[in-house]
Each structure stands twice: as C-alpha cells, then as structure tokens.
Design a protein around this ligand. Sequence first.
Ligand code: SAM
Length: 231
Amino acid sequence: MGKINLSKRLQEVTNFTVENKTIADIGSDHAYLPIYLIQHGMTNSAIAGEVVEGPYKHALETVEQYNLEEAVDVRFGDGLNVLHPNEDIGTIFICGMGGLLISEIIADGRGKDLLPKEARLVLQPNNNEKNLREYLIENSYDIIQESIVEDNRKIYEIIVAELSDDKPSYSEDALLFGPKLLEAKSPTFLDKWQKELTKNKNILNNLKNTENNEKIELLKNHINQIEKVIS
Ligand code: SAM
C-alpha cells in the first residue's frame, strides 16, 4: 500500500501535531489520520479510538492493509475511556463531530482522570464552535491556535487548546468567531460569516410579520455582531 490520502480538512488538522509523541485519534472511523501521521514520520505510535462497531472494524482493517499493526493501536470504546491512566500522549485529536459531543468527551475523560494534563487538544467541531470554546476556557484550556478551511463546499473550524495555568478570558466576539480566526480574518473566515449573515437576514425577514419579538431581538443582535466584524 502507498501513502494514504487525507481530505483537506484532516490534512489541515495534522499541522497541529506535537511531533514524536504518541497521538490519540478519538472517533477514528478508518484510522486514516493515525496512518497518515505514522507514514509521514510525525509520530511512531498512535491510538485510534472508536465506539461504533462498524467503524472500529474498518479502522482495524485499514491498519492491517497498511501493515501498521505495531504502530497503530486500534481500541474499542467511548471517547477517552480507551486511554489508560497516565498514558504519555502528545496530541489528542477529536474531529468531525458536533461541538457539544466533543466537550462531553473531554468532560467525561477529565472526570475519570484519563485526559493527560500535558496533552494538546486538536478539535474540529462540525457545529457549536462557540459552546466548545466556552467549555474549554471554563476548564482552563487556552486556545493557542485556530484554523479555518473549506473542503467539499463546507467550511470547518479547527481549535487547538492546551491547559493553562490561569483561567483564560475572552470577549463575546472572540468566543463566537474564534480568537485567532478573528485576528487573522482570512478569506475563508469572511466567506463563512458573509454566508451566515445572509442566512440570518433571511430568517429575520421571515420573522418580521410574526410576534416573536424575543427571537427578532436576538437575531438583530447576532446580525449586528457579524456586520461589525466583517465590514
Ligand atoms: N474523526 C474522523 C474524521 O474527522 O473524519 C471521523 C469523523 S466521523 C463523522 C465521527 C466518528 O466518531 C464516527 O466514526 C463515530 O462512530 C465516532 N464517535 C462518535 N462518538 C464517539 C465517542 N463517544 N467515542 C469514540 N468515537 C465516537
């Protein structure tokens, strides 16, 4: 087997790997990410965790096809429960899931002391990015890097977090737009929020003839917040 190809989204995620340390990919349906990182010499030891039997079997099969059974340990289980206490892990990837599920997985692992304190979290939520940022800072994880990519006509945010000594504090704008994404205001970022603005204006137009004043007020505030940032 040759080198594995990753989607643009997963490729972007690899840029945040702590190299030469064990990585864990939680929700690793085909173990593509761990295989890629091993093949590119970014680590020589990986854990692929999966909680659903079909994807778990796919992960086992792919690892076998690439003859990487020694390097990629495919484990069946829920979230961070696949990790052993005190395992030395450099990066934990949790990608391609909802932001709320990602924060639940982190909270569960923390509660059971399964989240190594020094591990970097590389998170790619499919939605609820703001809630995930709120969860992270509430739990003393600082956002050290972020990225935004378009892949297959969808836009994805990547949040990289590490445990901090102080409790970080962010403005409402930083929580919604992402502190690093807000600083960079890349073309993909502006594209995402322009689309979000159009969508919200359409919703507002449809609501104008209703009595739903509370929702209208919330929407107007949201629209103002976006306009301030992208104009
Ligand atoms: N991480 C890959 C990616 O980004 O392309 C796969 C994304 S796929 C949409 C989500 C995967 O996470 C599924 O295979 C699902 O079974 C798995 N998953 C969902 N909840 C999980 C949990 N609590 N623990 C482990 N895996 C989970």
